[in-house]
Design a protein around this ligand. Structure first.
Ligand SMILES: [Zn+2]
Length: 234
């Protein structure tokens, strides 16, 4: 399995490739995806969408028509061209891999993430970012907290691929919260260098996030809510 990381502004689009079979995660747009698959001779079987926001679904229609693939996403959401609605606990078998669906509300009510257990890979959309988490736009702080706790329960080695490149800002906020945290200091230094060289800061791991992500380090829901409030006005 190979994961190609494509950018559309600060959005990440992922292309998971096994042999010539490809699965797309959250196509903000179709252009770069189609250029990559045409150039490499990949065949897209499925598009997996985490939530209904346009910057995660903007390429769905075009990909569906150009590649004749199936659009998969959460039920009761307004995802363009949705063919298959998924709920918590569903398993999508595609490109010889199984993706488990976890329903993790908070950022939006419909938000799901996709977990490939055999490869230890998690696509978190706008629930968990590297060193941060999504804004609570539709759900409650308690829902977001519970969603993050479910991610925290996954194995330490799990690779985290998130929906946006917000890492530098997130780490600066993290250091503001925990100025003496050496792991945050070290990671900030590395990420500054990556960003300077236009290198993506994904994937992270659950292990690294436990050490550096203030929203996963909060002791309880109250502390989490307070952090989220402070980050909103940061
Ligand atoms: Zn979103």
């Amino acid at each position: 399995m190979n994961i190609k990381i494509l950018r559309s502004g600060d959005n990440y689009i992922y292309l998971i490739v096994v042999d010539k079979k490809a699965v797309v995660i959250d196509p903000a747009s179709a252009q770069s995806v189609l250029a990559t698959v045409r150039e490499s001779g990949f065949h897209i079987s499925h598009v997996l969408v985490t939530h209904h926001h346009f910057d995660h679904t903007g390429g769905c229609h075009e990909l569906k028509h150009a590649a004749h693939c199936e659009i998969v996403g959460p039920a009761q959401s307004s995802i363009p061209g949705l063919d298959r609605e998924v709920v918590d606990g569903d398993i999508i078998h595609t490109a010889d891999l199984d993706f488990e669906v976890m329903a993790l509300p908070g950022h939006t009510n419909d938000h799901v993430v996709y977990y490939c257990r055999e490869k230890s890979v998690l696509f978190t959309g706008d629930v968990l970012f590297v060193a941060g988490c999504g804004r609570i736009l539709e759900g409650t702080a308690m829902e977001m907290w519970n969603s993050l706790q479910r991610i925290l329960a996954l194995p330490d080695e799990t690779l985290v691929y998130c929906g946006h490149e917000y890492t530098l800002d997130n780490l600066e906020f993290a250091l503001h919260i925990e100025p003496n945290n050496i792991d945050i200091q070290d990671k900030l230094e590395i990420v500054r260098e990556w960003i300077d060289r236009d290198k993506p800061s994904v994937p992270s791991t659950i292990k690294v996030e436990k050490l550096t992500n203030p929203f996963l380090r909060a002791a309880n829901e109250k502390e989490f809510s307070e952090l989220r409030r402070r980050k909103n006005i940061w």
